[in-house]
Design a protein around this ligand. Structure first.
Ligand SMILES: NC(=O)c1ccc[n+]([C@@H]2O[C@H](COP(=O)([O-])OP(=O)(O)OC[C@H]3O[C@@H](n4cnc5c(N)ncnc54)[C@H](OP(=O)(O)O)[C@@H]3O)[C@@H](O)[C@H]2O)c1
Length: 248
């Protein structure tokens, strides 16, 4: 068995926390570097190590993932990494929800959406190659969203979120092409998690069909199945929780 060291960003969020929880119990995981955006209220410190006898240790960091210097310092502090999984994202904040019409577009919300949903992946991409290319089977994956697909857009609306996820998807596709020129050992992927019961989706769960609202635990399990299978395919795919390849 090859033991993996894994970095998870956005590990304070619903999907990120569930991924960390499941990764820490896998026999093939030896160490998890987990970053969160804000100091947790339940732990005394944001930086530290969680150690359990029956689980891989988690090294926690607080990281502003849209700050280039912070990302660079964090990535350069990492040892060789096998999987880097970015779960950071934002759909709404206290002042803004997703736009139903272009008339609701607010430049500040648009810029925030780009800054949170796309920029961290670009910054990670800028600095992560040296730590990922040492892995025999590296993964660089970001949780995107189906609504970032241009061809799959039949409803319109949600301008800032859709545009920032489309920009994220293009960034991942570019990275997959660029890195394939220098290594065969890394798979880059955009992942659609399905509608998951987290703070991000909570105000918008009303129309979700029965059985289609996943718990974070279910989503994490399904996403890990897809990540485990990434090296069976070429790099640079946009895939859903069930393995469906989503058109860009
Ligand atoms: N839930 C769904 O139904 C759904 C559907 C499709 C796609 N997604 C995508 O799945 C990913 C995870 O979302 P989630 O559902 O787990 O939502 P969540 O519980 O709200 O988690 C979002 C994460 O993003 C982090 N974050 C937010 N603003 C940030 C900022 N300015 N800088 C750095 N980190 C920031 C949060 O960190 P802190 O908690 O530390 O602030 C949190 O870890 C997102 O990319 C989202 O777009 C979710």
């Amino acid at each position: 068995m090859t033991f993996k060291t894994i970095a998870v960003l956005g590990a304070g969020g619903g999907i990120g926390a569930a991924l960390v929880e499941q990764l820490t119990l896998r026999p093939d995981v030896q160490l998890i570097h987990a970053s969160r955006h804000a100091e947790p209220t339940v732990l005394a410190a944001g930086n530290g190590t969680d150690e359990r006898a029956d689980a891989a240790p988690i090294r926690w960091s607080v990281l502003e993932a849209s700050d280039e210097a912070a990302v660079r310092n964090w990535v350069e502090s990492l040892p060789a990494i096998d999987w880097m999984i970015n779960c950071i994202g934002m759909l709404h904040d206290q002042a803004h929800g997703p736009e139903k019409s272009i008339r609701q577009l607010d430049p500040d919300h648009f810029i925030s959406s780009m800054t949170i949903n796309c920029l961290p992946t670009l910054l990670l991409g800028k600095y992560a190659l040296p730590v990922l290319r040492k892995s025999p089977a590296g993964v660089f994956a970001t949780v995107s969203a189906r609504v970032g697909s241009i061809s799959d857009n039949h409803l319109g609306g949600w301008y800032s979120y859709r545009a920032s996820k489309a920009a994220l998807n293009m960034s991942l596709k570019c990275l997959a092409i660029e890195w394939a020129r220098v290594t065969r050992n890394i798979r880059v992927a955009a992942l659609h998690p399905g509608t998951t019961d987290t703070p991000l989706s909570r105000p918008f769960q009303g129309n979700v069909p029965h059985g289609k609202l996943f718990s974070p635990q279910k989503t994490a399990r399904l996403l890990l199945e897809q990540i485990d299978a990434l090296h069976d395919h070429p790099s640079g795919r946009f895939i859903a929780y069930d393995g469906e390849e989503i058109p860009w």
